[in-house]
Design a protein around this ligand. Structure first.
Ligand code: MN
Length: 233
């Protein structure tokens, strides 16, 4: 068998303290997982059931990159999030065994075209144009759980040009990591390589050309993204 063209390389995340990379399979994202963030966007909080959207692994970009201001938006937002990296396959995983499926954790930026998200949400349409676009899934170096454990409570923070915009604690998630894995694995056969963005705390806001985003989660790591001066062609 011959391919029509050379397939693109599998996107992969560097692993801290290792020369190995974590190949990305799928990217799941949890919506509205912090009460104060759901409220700031004018949404009801559903404590019973998490919901999800996805991003293509082709839209991954590594921490420290410089990306162009994306086309089709005038309100390009940062969302600082804890990212879970699945290392062991599982289906219908009980909450009590969920963490055994986690390889490690990273910082993530769920970059969002907020103006499109609001338009799509108001029309009850899918969010793809708002969430799943080029360079919209920023992920830091992965920290293996074998090194850092499973962070339940930790400070999460994001700065733009040195000013704090988001500051919260991952312990405030409505659906904590084991609950997300248990719920998501009722609908998907989770596989090694799957990443889960676990939702953002309050303080989301716009960035413009020339801005630098820096985020951190205590005990997990740091992430950065530069918004280039050139607009995307
Ligand atoms: Mn998000």
């Amino acid at each position: 068998m011959k391919y029509l063209f050379t397939p693109p390389a599998v996107p992969s995340v560097p692993i801290r303290g290792s020369d190995e990379h974590f190949p990305i399979r799928r990217i799941f994202c949890v919506g509205r997982n912090y009460e104060a963030h759901a409220r700031e966007l004018g949404n009801e909080v559903d404590r019973e059931t998490p919901f999800y959207f996805t991003k293509s692994s082709a839209h991954y970009v590594s921490s420290g990159a410089t990306v162009a201001y994306p086309p089709g938006t005038a309100n390009y937002h940062h969302e600082m999030e804890l990212v879970v990296a699945i290392g062991k396959a599982g289906f219908q995983i009980p909450e009590g065994k969920a963490l055994a499926h986690v390889f490690g954790y990273a910082c993530g930026l769920d970059m969002t075209r907020r103006d499109l998200q609001k338009q799509l949400r108001d029309k009850q349409l899918p969010w793809d144009l708002a969430k799943d676009f080029e360079n919209a899934a920023v992920v830091s170096t992965l920290a293996p759980a074998s090194d850092i454990g499973h962070p339940g409570k930790a400070k999460i923070e994001l700065k733009v040009n040195g000013d704090i915009r988001q500051s919260s604690n991952i312990g405030l998630m409505i659906h904590p990591v084991p609950a997300i894995i248990a719920h998501l694995s009722r609908f998907y056969h989770l596989q090694p390589g799957d990443l889960i963005f676990t939702g953002t705390p309050e303080g989301v806001g716009p960035v413009i050309a020339g801005d630098r985003i820096e985020g951190m989660i205590e005990g997990v790591g740091e992430i950065a993204l530069n918004i280039g001066l050139a607009k995307s062609p």
